[in-house]
Design a protein around this ligand. Structure first.
Ligand SMILES: Cc1cc2nc3c(=O)[nH]c(=O)nc-3n(C[C@H](O)[C@H](O)[C@H](O)COP(=O)(O)O)c2cc1C
Length: 236
């Protein structure tokens, strides 16, 4: 059980998030046991349970991250492993008045972003793709540099080296030439640049509906089935 599930104060959550090594050690043990029989050693098309890594960095867009995760949670066969950067926590508080506890409630596992021993730090830990939503310019720049000291950056690096899908929901405006160059470099290295740019032809134009549609487009990129977003010329 995550220490962040209890609706604790920000200070309690942050301290649990960063400091409780024993809790994370126990958590890893739990994760290990959960791997058996799910994704674990299997790497086949028929694999029923899909697994994705969901990184949340400190750009504006926490309501979008929440909406996407809430949509993803309606899929019974999807295991979502989350990494929330330290700066994302501050933005989450500013934009939603919430702590990382919200994310721990909807994730299969919430990792300590400083824990380089966690599964997503290794290419041998299998998954079906990674999303960074929102993706800050700082995280984008770090990913294309091939460096980074956090689990989020390492997991993205691993995803690229293993040639798995990496979707970057970049967010900044206006975009400098550095940002644009970094996006091009990321795309050339195998990432998909997917800013939240809603389409207006789907009928429902509320922000909620557009965020749900966008969640569907992300899943499409990962080739994961869903029915909660409409399609042009299809009756879903
Ligand atoms: C309220 C708030 C909104 C922010 N919005 C953005 C943004 O939209 N895009 C961006 O690149 N950085 C934004 N930042 C700055 C990042 O949080 C900062 O660059 C941070 O170092 C990113 O760290 P991370 O990528 O490791 O999460 C914002 C910061 C705050 C406090």
């Amino acid at each position: 059980m995550s220490p962040l599930r209890t609706g604790a104060s920000l200070e309690e959550s942050v301290s649990a998030f960063k400091g409780a090594e024993s809790v994370f050690a126990a958590k890893q043990e739990t994760d290990f046991s959960r791997l058996r029989g799910l994704r674990g050693n299997a790497w086949t098309e028929e694999q029923a349970m899909k697994r994705i890594v969901f990184g949340i960095s400190g750009a504006s867009g926490m309501p979008l991250a929440k909406a996407v995760l809430q949509a993803f949670c309606t899929l019974p066969d999807l295991e979502i492993h989350g990494i929330v950067s330290e700066h994302a926590e501050a933005v989450l508080l500013a934009e939603c008045g919430e702590t990382a506890a919200f994310f721990s409630d909807v994730l299969h596992t919430l990792y300590n972003p400083a824990d380089m021993t966690a599964g997503p730090a290794s290419g041998s830990w299998l998954h079906d793709g990674m999303i960074v939503c929102p993706c800050s310019m700082s995280t984008l720049g770090t990913i294309v540099s091939g460096g980074g000291q956090s689990l989020l950056h390492r997991a993205a690096d691993v995803t690229l080296k293993e040639k798995r899908p990496l979707l970057l929901v970049v967010r900044e405006t206006p975009l400098s030439r550095i940002h644009l160059r970094n996006m091009l470099l990321a795309e050339e290295c195998g990432a998909t640049i997917m800013p939240f740019m809603p389409a207006f032809y789907a009928g429902e134009n509320s922000l909620e509906a557009m965020m749900r549609q966008f969640a569907g487009r992300l899943l499409d990129q990962l080739k994961l089935s869903h029915t909660f977003a409409s399609r042009w010329k299809e009756n879903l």
